[in-house]
Each structure stands twice: as structure tokens, then as C-alpha cells.
Design a protein around this ligand. Structure first.
Ligand SMILES: [Zn+2]
Length: 467
């Protein structure tokens, strides 16, 4: 009681008051409280000196930021921990700060987000591995030294583990995977085109746009997109990037509008740290002309960018699966999927070996569209192909409970991904049209009152709270 009164008197927000109650009055808290008192005094003086009528805070953001930086310096010096000054505001001002920054649930947010898209990768192979009919056809016509043991198995579970071992070990154990229609989990695109540009638009705009985005031509996307929105936020400025194999991505993200760094296809990165990759880019064989860079090089660029630039949000757009499928090369399509899984594993290994990214990063993997759902139509996808609307996604990160493959789930839609990406970072995406809601099931609900919680037990017997 004394502790909470002391904390309240010093203007500490509710979160810190609770900390204070739980930990009791200690030297750390008292020093923190004194700094807060100093802060509030300074705020009042600055406020009286320089109030802007349209500012959501009682003093201009620039003055506040300077003050915050100075006080953070003191905090680092005296209490070994930078003080997040947003939390030092009285609750009413704290709410205003949050709305100014579009920040929500910040204390639960991931600090980093990596989105990986596998172009036109069917849910059928993701959840069941190599299809036996297509595999046998592929063996007859392929000149590749294929090993049946590398792709086949007695059950769908065995086959999918061979095709995508990282997905079915790491993500199945530590994250969630949606889209197995055989287990009543459906994920669908809502655009009617069911091809790539409309799919990527739906993923990143948060809504379909069948009126303007009908084909895969390189026209600048007129729609808002969540990556640009995130990149325009003060905390993320200059720290959002996309590396893509396909040369249409600069149009999909409307590169000229800024907000994120985009590197696609055979565009080198003008930086000495990338010169070895730029040399490879020049010499690599162009299997699909100039419009698609090999996925392995896209991944290598993305990895180097992670090391050198430490982006907070990174999209990696891989494309070989779609190319091989269109060519009806099932074996190569599987090999590309298997290689993509290894690339994702490489990215995750780097993330978990880096003190900056480890345990603070959400990984989201999905596809832009499905493909035909029969042996005769598996290779193609468009508005009239049955199954081309059927997609999947997989997620792993600090806000997502480790529930593995999800059966009997709420039906989800591609247009929900954009708001979900923003929500992982504690933001609320505002597009230039109505944006679909986030996928709430991906977020551990830490703040619900006890009586509203459903307690599940995972295989490791750890308690998980899930909405
Ligand atoms: Zn395609």
C-alpha cells in the first residue's frame, strides 16, 4: 500500500505501480521514482513555455524527445537500464502518446518481424509432402538424380517432414501452422484473380483490389501497404526492407513512394559489404531471364542485410516454386520447396544466434496463391482454377503460443495478414481503404482477467493462455 501510494505520487504509470507492489520499495525503484519526479517537473516547465495546440502531448514531440534522451542517459548511468519514458508518463498522457505513435500493446510486441513468401507453394505439399501420382509421373520424365527416399514416406507426416524439415520440426514445435484443409483449417485468398501481384497486394495492403490489380504487369500499386506504413513510423524509419527474387516487387510495393528499401531480381546493392554477392549476381545463369533471381542469392542478400543493417522488418520474397510448377516440373518444384525450407532455416539460425534478434523476432511464412487441386491442374492457377484460392501460413515468435499444426480453426483470409504483421510490432495499420482484422489466435493473451482465460497444456506441459 505504501509502495503503491509512493509510486502513484511520483506519477508512475499503472504498470510500474504493479511492479512496485510486487517487488516492494527498493533502491532501484526509489532512484527511478526520483528521476520520474524530475521528469514531470521538467515537463511542466517546458509545457508552460512552449505548448502547441495541435500536439497530442503537452509539449512538442521534438522537445519531449530531447528531454527523453537526456533522461535516458541519466537512467543508463545510475540504474543500469534505459528507462522507457513512455511508461513514466501519467496514465492519461501515456494513452495520448500511444495513439500518437499508433502503438498498441507495446510491452507484448515483437521487436523484429521477418516475413517470407514462397510463390505459389501449394498447401497440399506443405501438409502432405510429395503427391504420389505426381511423384511417379515426375520420376518417369525427370533426368534429375532423384532419390525416392528423400521425398517419400508411409504417411503424409513422414513425407512432409522430408520435404520441409525446418517447418515440421522447428515451427511445428515452437509456432503454429494453418491451412490443412484435411483437418478443417482453411486459409484463403479473397481476390478473384488468384495470381501473384493481386495476392501480394492482398497480403500487404490488407484488402483485395480486383478493380485495379488484375494482372502481373509492372504498374505502380495505388494501394497503401503495411510495410510502407510501418516504415513511416518514427521507431521503424529506415529499418524496413524487402529482398525479392521477382522483379515485379518494386511495383507491388510502389518503391517510389518510399517507406521501405526494396531490392529485387538482378539489382545489385551499392555497398562494399555486398560486392561478393554483386559479383555472383553478374555471373549466375539466368534460368528465367531477367525477371527472377535464384532464391539462394535472394536469401544470401537478405542475410547480409540482416547482418549489416539490422532491419526491424524484413520481407524475403522467394519465387522458384511457382516457376517450376508452371513448367510442370514437379520434381524441380519439390526440390525448390526443399531448398526454400533450408533457406528459412539459415535465416532463423542467424536470428537465434544474434543477441539483437534472438527471442525477439516473429517469423511469418506464407504464399501468394494456391494452385489447381488435381493432377491435371496442379501446375496452374488463376480465377477459374479450383484450389487456386487455397493457401496456408506458419508463424513462430515470442507472442505466439507453441501449438503446432492447427486443426478445426476459424477460417482465415489472406487480407488479414497485413494487420497481423502490424500487430506483431505493437502497431495498428491504417490503410487507405478498410483493412481486414488481425488473426487474434496468433497472439498469446497475457492481459485478460483470469476468469476469461482458457488454459491449454502443450506437449511440454507448459501452461499456455490462448484466447
Ligand atoms: Zn504463377
Amino acid at each position: 500500500m505504501v509502495a503503491s501510494t509512493f509510486a502513484a505520487a511520483c506519477g508512475i504509470c499503472t504498470k510500474h505501480t504493479y511492479d512496485f507492489i510486487l517487488t516492494g520499495p527498493n533502491f532501484y525503484c526509489m532512484r527511478k521514482s526520483l528521476l520520474l519526479l524530475l521528469l514531470l517537473g521538467s515537463t511542466t516547465i517546458l509545457n508552460a513555455q512552449n505548448r502547441l495546440p495541435h500536439s497530442p502531448l503537452p509539449l512538442p514531440i521534438a522537445r519531449w524527445t530531447t528531454l527523453a534522451e537526456k533522461l535516458n542517459g541519466y537512467c543508463k548511468k545510475y540504474i543500469d537500464e534505459p528507462l522507457d519514458l513512455k511508461y513514466s508518463l501519467p496514465d492519461s498522457l501515456f494513452q495520448q502518446w500511444r495513439s500518437y505513435e499508433f502503438v498498441k500493446d507495446e510491452e507484448q510486441a515483437s521487436k523484429y518481424l521477418i516475413i517470407i513468401t514462397l510463390d505459389g507453394m501449394r498447401w497440399q505439399e506443405v501438409f502432405m509432402g510429395a503427391d504420389s501420382i505426381l511423384w511417379n509421373q515426375a520420376l518417369q520424365k525427370s533426368r534429375l538424380p532423384l532419390q525416392t527416399a528423400d521425398f517419400q514416406g508411409a504417411s503424409p507426416e513422414k513425407r512432409r517432414e522430408k520435404l520441409m524439415p525446418f517447418l515440421w520440426s522447428q515451427i511445428a514445435q515452437h509456432g503454429q501452422i494453418y491451412g490443412n484443409r484435411n483437418k478443417a483449417s482453411t486459409v484463403s485468398v479473397t481476390n478473384k484473380m488468384r495470381i501473384s501481384y493481386p495476392g501480394y497486394n492482398e497480403i500487404f495492403a490488407g484488402y483485395p483490389d480486383d478493380q485495379h490489380i488484375k494482372l502481373n504487369f509492372k504498374i505502380p500499386n495505388p494501394n497503401s501497404n503495411v510495410l510502407r506504413f510501418i516504415g513511416q513510423n518514427r521507431s521503424f524509419r529506415g529499418r524496413v526492407a524487402s529482398f525479392a527474387s521477382w522483379d515485379v516487387f518494386p511495383s507491388i510495393f510502389n518503391a517510389k513512394m518510399g517507406g521501405l528499401y526494396i531490392n529485387a531480381a538482378f539489382q545489385p546493392v551499392q555497398n562494399n559489404h555486398f560486392s561478393h554477392l554483386n559479383r555472383q549476381l553478374k555471373s549466375v545463369s539466368k534460368l528465367w531471364g531477367k525477371h527472377l533471381r535464384p532464391d539462394s542469392l535472394t536469401t544470401a542478400y537478405a542475410l547480409q542485410y540482416l547482418r549489416q543493417h539490422a532491419p526491424r522488418v524484413l520481407h524475403i520474397g522467394l519465387g522458384e516454386t511457382d516457376e517450376y510448377a508452371h513448367e510442370k516440373k514437379y520434381a524441380e518444384y519439390l526440390l525448390a520447396a526443399q531448398a526454400n525450407d533450408r533457406m528459412i532455416s539459415q535465416i532463423w539460425q542467424f536470428v537465434q544466434s544474434s543477441p539483437r534478434y534472438r527471442n525477439k523476432t516473429t517469423l511469418f511464412i506464407t504464399t501468394d496463391h494456391g494452385r489447381g487441386n488435381s493432377p491435371a491442374t496442379w501446375h496452374k492457377h488463376h480465377g477459374w482454377v479450383d484450389g487456386a484460392e487455397e493457401i496456408w501460413f506458419a508463424v513462430m515468435g515470442p507472442q505466439t503460443a507453441p501449438l503446432g499444426e492447427i486443426a478445426h480453426s476459424t477460417p482465415y483470409f489472406q487480407c488479414q495478414f497485413a494487420q497481423t504483421f502490424a500487430a506483431f510490432l505493437g502497431l495498428e495499420y491504417q490503410g487507405n481503404k478498410a483493412v481486414a482484422g488481425k488473426i487474434s489466435d496468433l497472439f498469446i493473451q497475457r492481459s485478460l482477467p483470469l476468469e476469461q482465460k482458457i488454459i491449454n497444456i502443450n506437449p511440454d506441459n507448459q501452461l499456455i493462455t490462448k484466447k
